[in-house]
Design a protein around this ligand. Structure first.
Ligand SMILES: Nc1ncnc2c1ncn2[C@@H]1O[C@H](COP(=O)(O)OP(=O)(O)OP(=O)(O)O)[C@@H](O)[C@H]1O
Length: 466
């Protein structure tokens, strides 16, 4: 049942409001001055607070109480009661974070409309932030390869502790999933998990986003650190953090407290920090772009999340997991992978790691040709990916064939490409590929290539040689 705190110095009004609310099914607590009000909030934050602006025999007036409460409990909706003709003060209260105001004298209907709306707005805000942070599908970590088991056992060891963890690994390999896994198994699981992407936030907004802000007209707006109180903050790609923010975060980690932008009061929070990077932070430190002291603080437990290429055994289970996922969440058809398609996925290059695999599966389900199984043709578009490191990349068609057939297919494609390159001139092609002319002719014949029918422009030299 929702509990409402009523703060008014006039006993009649307190009790009248209390009776009305109890009739509507709320429980109530009453306070006649700031000391009683603060004691009640500190004992147990109420679901809503009704606050008179003018309080006799009180250390703080309503506005001061409002500001103090909003500092420690920004989520409590506060409805102000103002005297007739005091609209400016009421408006000032709203700017400082009050939800709405009612003017004395008010009737029951007015009171109930405002309270119902305030409760509803606060419920929606809570639900939204819970939805944002409790994306359980993202906490699910799938895998069975040896390197995945090593990763999982390292994560399992750190979940119970409070130690700061630095996750290192290439883009899309599952660092955030690993961070959510730590959170979901820790004793902070019921508190928020909030993710901050240094790359996605403009440097000039970073401090506001992290620490929140206080302004005369809008009052207090809590930042990520404050919203995550009791839980886990995930700092994604710390190497992208502007230098100024690095120093400020370092100070928060040392002092365990911070000041909101534009504010003076210290805010104390209890947080666990998990961070991640795709870059070599030692090199960033040497280049003067990342602070050594911050690295030392964040890197208490370093954990490497391997790229997908290092755990190809996981590809079939991950792909099946994504098929399930898209089926359940987006109603895409549930199609299993054919053994050939699995083989192809396992042979592909994965510069974008698990995220790329997820995209490939999604595309196959959306654009695939139907039928019960996902076939290599459904994933062909991504089969040949250059990794930029000069590593050999095997073409999609080859990965599904036995060696002899794959070799023939390769030879055929290779020789046709060379013949085209040399304008159909078999002598020059033979010389380039390192074969006798007659041997090349024989080869083309066994491969079923009719060299006379090659669709290339023939130069006079060719005609002469043929
Ligand atoms: N082991 C896993 N099991 C299931 N899904 C995974 C796994 N690893 C990664 N994913 C999925 O792959 C996608 C990318 O993962 P995530 O965002 O955690 O990667 P990241 O390393 O944090 O990426 P970036 O460095 O780009 O921020 C997400 O959709 C995530 O759900």
């Amino acid at each position: 049942m929702s509990d409402i705190l009523i703060v008014d110095d006039e006993r009649d009004i307190r009790e009248l409001i209390s009776e009305i609310l109890q009739d509507e099914g709320f429980t109530t607590r009453l306070a006649c001055n700031s000391d009683e009000a603060m004691a009640a909030v500190n004992a147990e934050p109420p679901a809503l607070m009704i606050l008179d602006i003018w309080l006799k025999d009180s250390r703080m007036d309503g506005i001061d109480i409002l500001m103090t409460v909003k500092r420690s409990n920004p989520d409590i909706p506060v409805v102000i009661i103002s005297g007739h003709g005091n609209v400016e003060i009421a408006v000032a209260a709203i700017k400082r974070g009050a939800y709405d105001f009612i003017e004395k004298p008010f009737n029951i209907d007015q009171l109930m409309v405002v309270i119902t709306r305030a409760m509803e707005a606060s419920r929606l805000r809570r639900e939204n932030s819970e939805l944002r942070n409790r994306d359980t599908t993202n906490a699910e970590m799938v895998g069975q390869s040896n390197s995945f088991k090593v990763l999982k056992s390292q994560l399992d060891k750190v979940t119970r502790s409070n130690g700061r963890v630095m996750l290192t690994g290439p883009a899309g390999c599952g660092k955030e999933v690993a961070a959510r896994y730590i959170h979901s198994l820790s004793n902070r699981a019921s508190a928020p998990f909030l993710s901050v992407s240094a790359a996605a936030i403009a440097p000039e907004r970073m401090e506001e986003v992290l620490f929140g802000r206080e302004t005369a007209d809008r009052g207090i707006e809590a930042g990520i650190f404050e919203q995550a109180h009791g839980g886990v903050v995930y700092l994604d790609e710390v190497a992208d953090m502007p230098a100024g923010t690095q120093s400020k975060i370092l100070r928060v980690l040392v002092d365990q407290q911070f000041t909101r932008v534009g504010g003076v009061d210290k805010v104390r929070v209890d947080l666990r920090v998990v961070s991640s990077t795709t870059r070599d932070l030692k090199a960033e430190i040497n280049a003067g772009r990342f602070r050594q002291e911050l690295f030392d603080r964040l890197n208490v437990v370093p954990i490497v999340v391997p790229g997908l290429a290092e755990r190809r055994d996981d590809i079939p289970v991950l792909a099946a997991h994504f098929v399930d996922f898209f089926h359940k969440t987006q109603g895409l058809p549930h199609r299993n992978l054919s053994p050939e398609a699995e083989a192809q996925l396992q042979a592909m290059n994965w510069p974008g790691n698990v995220r790329q695999l997820r995209n490939v599966v999604e595309r196959a389900l959306i654009l695939g040709e139907g039928g019960d199984l996902i076939e290599p043709r459904d994933i062909q578009g991504d089969a040949v990916v250059s990794d930029g490191d000069g590593q050999m990349v095997v073409s999609a068609a080859l990965t599904t064939l036995p060696l002899r057939e794959a070799r023939e297919l390769f030879e055929r494609e290779y020789l046709l490409a060379q013949i085209n390159r040399f304008g159909g001139n078999i002598s020059r092609t033979a010389s380039f590929v390192g074969m006798e002319r007659s041997a090349l002719h024989r080869k083309l014949k066994t491969l079923g290539v009719n060299s006379g029918a090659l669709s290339v422009a023939r130069d006079p030299d060719t005609a002469q040689n043929e």
